[in-house]
Design a protein around this ligand. Structure first.
Ligand code: MTE
Ligand code: LUZ
Ligand code: MOS
Length: 750
């Protein structure tokens, strides 16, 4: 089953925000944003811009009808700066003009008088000053203080991790159209239509029933549009409210890179204690999260760092503390993995550190400490673990020892090219860690011609969720996929949605769709029972466009049944709700059962480092991955490949650079390097984990969106091993491991 969008994608016919036909009278917005990272905003001079050709008007904070506030968790984020600016790129004023180019040019004519204040860019400096956005968070299992005393080996160190630009191909944007009675329809490139609706209501003062948000699809989100699609939608909505005109804003790439937050950089400390048998007995970690200037989603991201701080390992004594540090960078935000990768990198570093000092392969420590069934995570949930199964099956398929031997033999005979190998197990929890978010709704209509329309709260952003929703309905009704149409994500059809995030969209919305289809099907079976003279509805099924009785095809076609049901005045529509059962979490004890299930996997990563130049290539990433039972192999393998490449981009080449003044230096694609076709692994092998376990996923098909990203982390450790094969050094656990840093480690004395 191929992705239902592939045909229109390759022909360029798929509709993105920028393809929506414009309503006559549309104005174009452009933001004037703060040129400096921190200061008191004294005055704004818009006079010259106002006189600029084509300019309709300019909006500043004082013009807002509603609240100048878009902070969802902590109210610390004005839509437009009023009294002070706290990051470079913070929106100050919105120019509206009759064409895009004029809006952009006019915005450059605005000036602001800002009295500079010294910016903070380092999370540890913020923490030392006590500038935390929320109080520190802590996970505790057992007693680390006691346990360290009895450890044979104890190692401590620190790690640095960089941010990551989302680089969705479609930049942020929104288009607002005035509706009757002061209402507004907003088209938004957002993962969270309801989040946009709420934010728009706050800044306009409108009630939610007056604001419609519609999303066709995104050209990528990767978490960057979970919360940060809101400002642009708010701006165009505010502009529409004030001018009664349609208003559009689609950001230029450099505006997007400058004004939006990224993956959170972290600075962390670890201490790991092992017994003589290399079992990890105790682990302590402190995470300093660089949250940026306002809260955004930083606290839940920080929480997921704690949830994944022991990755796939069982550690009986854990103390992990996490600090949400306010700095003068753009507010950092969700990014595939949502803090999980940051947590995992630290324990993998601790293990690599121990392995190096003890002279054993890291894989030996990794293997000895994998979770087994019933092991307790630091947050209280008991593991149903496939960590060992995925390791064993990967080893059987790929032969870890042989791959290591190949690299070792190569290294003996090669002076300047060195190979490195590393293993990367992954265990990722599926569910929003905030339990109430784990709910979804689906609206299914069967029309009298037999065609089926599905609307859910899920947003298509390239991950193939619409294909999966269509598959659910097609399967439930025994229909070909062509007979099912998945419509836009729209707050009038589906209310109060959770964002499409946490890899959970297919599960939550798929289950809701399944329930809706089941309900309609049961009604149809009541009609069909008499028509095909079945003894019971239990005997009926829908397959290949016909009603089947006891597994045998009857003459009753789907279309006929649907029309007959309609004539008998049976409801052919259903709106269904699904909420994940059995999950809970209590932050007062920091214990619970937050995840519906975990996704497990093991990857082996091989690299070759050019030890004259510091350059490297990823030779292979081979993984055994827990799909449960994939409902779409093409889509799911695509998610694995994309996730891996995005993950290794983060740990190797992607370098978000802010200078000490908080100015983004890597502000364009000429200065920010992402993996291209030449830097993707030469081989990606995917072996589905064989398992018979039941799970809470849709059709047993486990969530796949985020977990594979973390296989990419293995690339850092593989490069590190190759570097150590060239020279006796101990590279810092400092991401990204760019060729420059590799070179410096290869020649530490030069
Ligand atoms: N794949 C593509 N092509 N584009 C994206 O933006 N986002 C990722 C992942 N895969 C993304 C993607 C992220 S961050 C998440 S949380 C999941 O998809 C969300 O979709 P799902 O819940 O349907 O897996
Ligand atoms: N978003 C969110 C997420 O709001 N809560 C989560 O737990 C989460 N996890 C992964 C990605 N996005
Ligand atoms: Mo993904 S970071 O949950 O949008």
């Amino acid at each position: 089953m191929k992705n239902i969008d592939s045909h229109s994608h390759v022909r360029g016919e798929s509709i993105y925000l920028d393809d929506i036909p414009l309503v006559q009278g549309t104005l174009f917005a452009c933001v004037f944003d703060s040129p400096i990272a921190h200061g008191k905003l004294k005055s704004i001079d818009t006079a010259e811009a106002e006189r600029y050709e084509g300019v309709f008007c300019i909006i500043t904070a004082k013009d807002l009808v509603g609240e100048n506030q878009i902070g969802g968790i902590v109210p610390d984020e004005p839509l437009l700066a009023d009294t002070d600016v706290h990051f470079q790129g913070m929106p100050i004023a919105i120019v509206l003009a009759t064409c895009e180019e004029m809006a952009r040019k006019a915005s450059k004519k605005i000036t602001a008088e800002i009295e500079p204040i010294e910016p903070i860019t380092d999370p540890r400096v913020a923490a030392a000053k006590g500038d935390l956005i929320v109080p520190p968070k802590k996970f505790k299992l057992g007693d680390t203080e006691d346990a360290f005393k009895n450890c044979e080996h104890v190692f401590a160190g620190s790690t640095e991790q960089n941010g990551q630009e989302h680089l969705y191909i479609e930049t942020q944007g929104a288009y607002a159209v005035p509706m009757e009675g002061g209402g507004i329809r907003v088209y938004s490139s957002t993962q969270g239509p309801t989040a946009v609706q709420r934010a728009v209501c706050r800044v306009t003062g409108l009630a939610m029933h007056q604001v419609e948000v519609d999303v066709q699809r995104l050209g990528g989100g990767f978490g960057g549009k979970e919360d940060q699609a809101n400002p642009w939608a708010c701006m165009v909505a505010v502009a529409t409210q004030l001018t009664k005109r349609p208003v559009k804003y689609a950001l230029h790439r450099m505006e997007d890179m400058r004004m939006t937050g990224k993956r959170h950089p972290y600075s962390s400390d670890y201490k790991i204690g092992l017994d003589a048998d290399l079992k990890i007995v105790a682990y302590e970690a402190s995470f300093y999260q660089n949250a940026g200037a306002s809260c955004d989603l930083s606290p839940p991201v920080l929480e997921r760092t704690l949830f994944h701080c022991t990755n796939s390992y069982f550690v009986p004594n854990v103390t992990a503390t996490a600090y949400c540090c306010r700095t003068n960078l753009p507010p950092n935000t969700a990014f595939r993995g949502f803090g999980g990768p940051q947590g995992m990198f630290v324990i993998e570093s601790a293990i690599a550190h121990a392995a190096e000092k003890l002279g054993v392969p890291a894989s030996e420590i990794q293997r000895k400490n994998l979770l087994t069934d019933g092991d307790e995570f630091p947050y209280g949930q008991k593991a149903e673990s496939d960590a060992i199964t995925s390791w064993t099956q990967a080893d059987a398929q790929y032969r870890f020892a042989n791959l290591q031997k190949e690299a070792d033999e190569f290294n003996v005979s090669s002076k300047y090219l060195k190979k490195g190998v590393a293993l990367m197990p992954v265990c990722f929890g599926i569910s929003f860690t905030k339990t109430p978010m784990n709910q979804a709704r689906s609206l299914v209509h069967v029309y009298t011609d037999g065609s089926v329309a599905v609307s859910t709260g899920a947003v298509e952003m390239g991950q193939g969720v619409n294909t999966k929703m269509a598959q659910v309905a097609a399967k439930m009704f025994g229909q070909p996929i062509e007979n099912v149409k998945v419509h836009t994500t729209n707050t009038l059809r589906i209310a109060n949605t959770s964002p499409t995030a946490a890899s959970a969209a297919a599960d939550l919305n798929g289950k809701a769709t399944q329930i809706a289809c089941e309900t309609i099907r049961d009604r149809l079976f009541e009609i069909a029972k008499d028509l095909v003279e079945a003894a019971s509805v239990e005997d009926l099924s829908l397959e290949n466009g016909f009603v089947y009785r006891n597994g045998e095809k009857t003459g009753l076609a789907w279309q006929t049944l649907v029309m007959e049901a309609h004539l008998q005045r049976v409801n052919l529509s259903e709106h269904s709700h699904y909420a994940t059962a059995g999950i809970h979490f209590d932050w007062s004890t920091a214990k619970g059962h937050p995840f519906a299930y975990h996704v497990y996997g093991t990857a082996i990563v091989g690299v070759t480092v050019d030890c004259l130049r510091g350059r490297y290539e990823v030779d292979y990433v081979k993984c055994c991955h827990d799909f449960g039972t994939s409902m779409n192999t093409a889509v799911d393998n695509g998610q694995i490949e994309g996730g891996i490449v995005q993950g290794l981009g983060w740990v190797t080449m992607e370098e978000v650079v802010y200078d000490a003044d908080g100015n983004l230096r890597s502000n364009a694609l000429s200065t920010y390097k992402v993996p291209d076709i030449y830097s993707v692994p030469k081989e990606i092998a995917i072996l589905p984990l064989e398992t018979t376990r039941e799970n809470l996923a849709i059709f047993n098909s486990k969530a796949v969106g985020e977990p594979p990203l973390m296989y990419g982390i293995g690339a850092y450790f593989a490069i590190r091993n190759a570097v150590r094969a060239f020279t006796d050094c101990s590279p810092a656990f400092d991401l990204p491991f760019t060729p420059e840093k590799v070179l410096k480690n290869l020649y530490p004395d030069d």
